[in-house]
Unconditional design. Structure first.
Ligand SMILES: [Zn+2]
Length: 472
């Protein structure tokens, strides 16, 4: 794998396009086979199913997965009493909620024990996660699970008015461009009609080149990291002649902030559809055109739990615990993903779907700043209200009483903006906090090329880096 990437990095750009296209053709075959077609047909047929119908379908999948895990997966062989799945088979759903929670640390500690011991591993698709805490983790998927997963991606695209047959421009954290400088920061995947743009190289000085490439490519939709598309949008808002005609924007892999959504929708005149998933293949949540985030019950069981393990009521924030229902190679049952969220109190959506609606995703503890006056403070984007001339901003906390504010300004950024920002921040974080502003050319990206609005180094150091997968 590593050798391949060294070879790739030495190829001329046009050959890299060919390599990306060849890889894309392989992905296309993996994704859109028979299992994709079956699942896609099922999703279309059950889109407007009642909650009871959806629950029956979900229970059937849970039962199968539990039986499989209890028979073939060492970690669960000892942890699922036979009585549990037998009670579930008899229709007693409560036995599922009595299963112990699987913590991320257990998976990190002994990932081998989570693998199906009976299936042929040569068929599996392997995925290496980077993670910030050192030890990389290998995840394994059945090819059919990947294929089924893409049925959800395709329905998500279709709800946004596009499909896999249309041109897409995707902002990716994958290292498709090596080094800091290149003649261009994008590559073509002709097998998937996709322009892949490096989010890592996107900065104020390269933005015009990216916009030119997008205008030439004429994508039907944009997809990928919201931070990258929002950065482009803020630039496009300042130079309206550089806008793009596109149908929709599909964001994933990072927390989407309200301000980012606003900028993208204003700049491109297209609706943003956000999606939430993770490399562990545990859930698929996606927004409909009414901006409700639906948690798809056939992809996984979503629970939101209080500290005592009981279920949160609508509007109450708790830990997200997921049970993936697609991937039998590496089943994870009641897996605490590390994100926090709350349920909506709406039980039906104007779109007609009756799947549960997630109201808010609060992200991880490390997305929060901590001050002695205010405690944990998340969502720093409201502090930018009324402040002009900022392309990007990041808050870095390394000490309890001091926060570094990294700013990428435009030419319009003034002393007045700086003082408005200071006041907003003191309102939010308390007056005693020391704020050090640093003007820089580009905000450094984290693992996988992801943007983080907050970098906290004072939270629990054992906290795992959460990885989410980029789709669409
Ligand atoms: Zn809806």
């Amino acid at each position: 794998m590593k050798q391949l990437s060294i070879i790739y990095s030495r190829l001329p750009v046009w050959l890299q396009d060919l390599a990306v296209t060849a890889q894309g053709a392989l992905y296309y075959r993996q994704r859109y086979g028979a299992a994709f077609r079956d699942e896609h047909a099922l999703l279309k047929a059950t889109e407007l199913a009642t909650p009871l119908q959806l629950e029956l379908l979900q229970v059937a999948r849970v039962r199968k997965m539990l039986f499989h895990a209890s028979q073939h997966v060492p970690y669960y062989q000892s942890r699922i009493p036979k009585s549990s799945w037998e009670r579930l088979r008899a229709g007693d759903w409560s036995s599922f909620y009595e299963l112990p929670i699987t913590e991320k640390a257990s998976l990190r500690l002994d990932s081998e024990s989570f693998l199906d011991q009976t299936s042929s591993r040569s068929r599996w698709i392997e995925w290496n996660t980077s993670g910030t805490t050192g030890s990389p983790l290998n995840l394994y998927y059945e090819p059919e699970a990947v294929s089924r997963q893409y049925a959800y991606v395709e329905r998500y695209r279709e709800q946004a008015g596009v499909s896999r047959f249309e041109r897409r421009a995707q902002f990716t954290g994958k290292m498709i461009v090596s080094g800091d400088h290149s003649s261009r920061y994008w590559r073509y995947d002709w097998a998937n009609r996709a322009l892949l743009l490096s989010s890592v190289h996107l900065n104020p000085s390269t933005i015009p080149q990216y916009l030119k490439a997008l205008r030439e490519f004429q994508p039907a939709y944009l997809s990928g990291y919201p931070s990258a598309i929002a950065l482009l949008a803020r630039h496009a808002l300042r130079f309206p002649q550089q806008r793009l005609p596109i149908k929709s924007i599909l964001t994933s892999a990072e927390t989407l902030l309200p301000e980012q959504r606003e900028a993208m929708e204003a700049a491109f005149g297209a609706k943003v559809y956000d999606q939430y998933g993770q490399t562990e293949m545990q859930s698929f949540w996606s927004e409909c055109r009414y901006r409700r985030m639906h948690a798809h019950p056939l992809f996984g069981v979503t629970e939101i739990l209080r500290p005592d393990g009981s279920h949160c009521l609508p509007g109450e924030t708790g830990d997200v615990v997921l049970t993936g229902l697609l991937n039998r190679a590496m089943p994870l049952l009641r897996y605490r993903i590390g994100d926090r969220a709350s349920w909506s109190d709406e039980d039906r959506c104007p779109c007609g779907r009756r799947m549960p609606i997630v109201e808010r995703i609060d992200g991880r503890r490390e997305d929060y700043l901590y001050t002695t006056q205010r405690g944990w403070v998340g969502r720093m984007d409201p502090a930018l209200k009324g402040v002009n001339g900022i392309l990007e901003c990041q808050f870095v906390q390394e000490e309890l009483h001091r926060i570094r504010v990294l700013l990428v300004p435009t030419a319009d950024f003034s002393d007045r903006d700086r003082s408005i920002l200071t006041n907003n921040l003191k309102d939010r974080l308390g007056s005693k906090i020391q704020l050090d502003f640093e003007i820089i050319a580009q905000i450094p990206r984290g693992p996988g090329g992801k943007f983080r609005a907050v970098v906290s180094r004072i939270s629990d150091p054992s906290f795992e880096q959460q990885e989410m997968e980029e789709f669409a």
